[in-house]
Design a protein around this ligand. Structure first.
Ligand SMILES: Nc1nc2c(ncn2[C@@H]2O[C@H](COP(=O)(O)OP(=O)(O)OP(=O)(O)O)[C@@H](O)[C@H]2O)c(=O)[nH]1
Ligand SMILES: [Mg+2]
Length: 237
């Protein structure tokens, strides 16, 4: 059974004061609007319509909480980069997202979703720069990998890997496809570490994606790629 199969919708949060008080450890999914955040949550939960997926960008407007185990959650965040009135964006960031990302103690790591065809947008880089000071880990999913050839996958993996290595240490990276359900085991292994959940089917099998075979940097973790040397992983307590 997939690790997050029991995920169930819990609550939608529009105001900081409504954040679940019982959360000990939560993983948030951030990224550009339409990048595939909600789809990735559905794929990890092995569920077709747990998180709301839409062809219209900007549909996830609040923080949607999905309960994994008592006290442990996935959080689907509103996407950035969708053309809205600037004051709307500012108030959403200042009022909800910025304080959430910076100060939420229960947040144990960020999954940053990037469309593998359009990675590292200016807003993605801003997000890295902005979240990195928290010292918490970021795991990048280069999603919609099904839209790329193997060669393109390898190239984009390397390109993003190089940029992340320059930015900092607390990053890891992998290719992912919600359509093909590829990269699930790799993501599970990283998130299980953050959430302190036991992995059921070890070891994680190879995804067969090009990055696994060709892009092996010197400092490589057990799965995917991690910019952090050594094996320390943030866990919730
Ligand atoms: N081919 C392909 N399409 C995908 C994949 N992941 C998501 N999509 C499609 O991309 C579109 C946006 O997906 P969502 O999961 O709603 O994206 P989101 O990041 O949650 O978007 P917002 O909530 O608007 O910020 C939908 O049409 C999905 O079907 C993928 O891995 N492969
Ligand atoms: Mg969404």
């Amino acid at each position: 059974m997939p690790l997050f199969q029991k995920a169930a919708f819990s609550t939608t949060v529009a105001k900081l004061r409504d954040l679940p008080a019982d959360s000990q450890c939560e993983v948030a999914f951030a990224g550009r609007s339409n990048a595939g955040k909600s789809s990735a949550i559905n794929t990890l939960a092995n569920h077709t319509r747990l998180a709301f997926v839409s062809k219209t960008p900007g549909r996830t407007q609040h923080l949607n909480y999905f309960l994994l185990e008592p006290g442990k959650y996935f959080v689907d965040l509103p996407g950035y980069g969708f053309a809205k009135a600037p004051e709307e964006i500012r108030s959403q960031w200042e009022g909800l997202l910025a304080p959430y990302l910076r100060h939420r103690d229960a947040l144990c790591g960020l999954v940053l979703i990037m469309d593998s065809r359009h990675p590292l947008t200016e807003l993605d880089l801003q997000m890295f720069g902005w979240f990195a000071p928290t010292g918490k880990p970021i795991h990048v999913l280069l999603t919609k990998a099904d839209k790329l050839t193997r060669q393109q996958q390898t190239l984009v993996f390397r390109e993003v890997q190089e940029v992340l290595a320059e930015i900092g240490e607390n990053f890891s990276l992998q290719l992912f496809s919600s359509l093909q359900k590829s990269g699930v085991k790799e993501a599970e292994a990283v998130l299980a570490g953050w959430l302190d959940l036991p992995l059921k089917d070890e070891p994680a099998p190879r995804t067969g994606l090009a990055s696994e075979k060709k892009a092996r940097p010197k400092k490589r973790g057990a799965i995917g790629w991690s910019a952090r040397s050594g094996s320390s992983v943030t866990k919730c307590h």
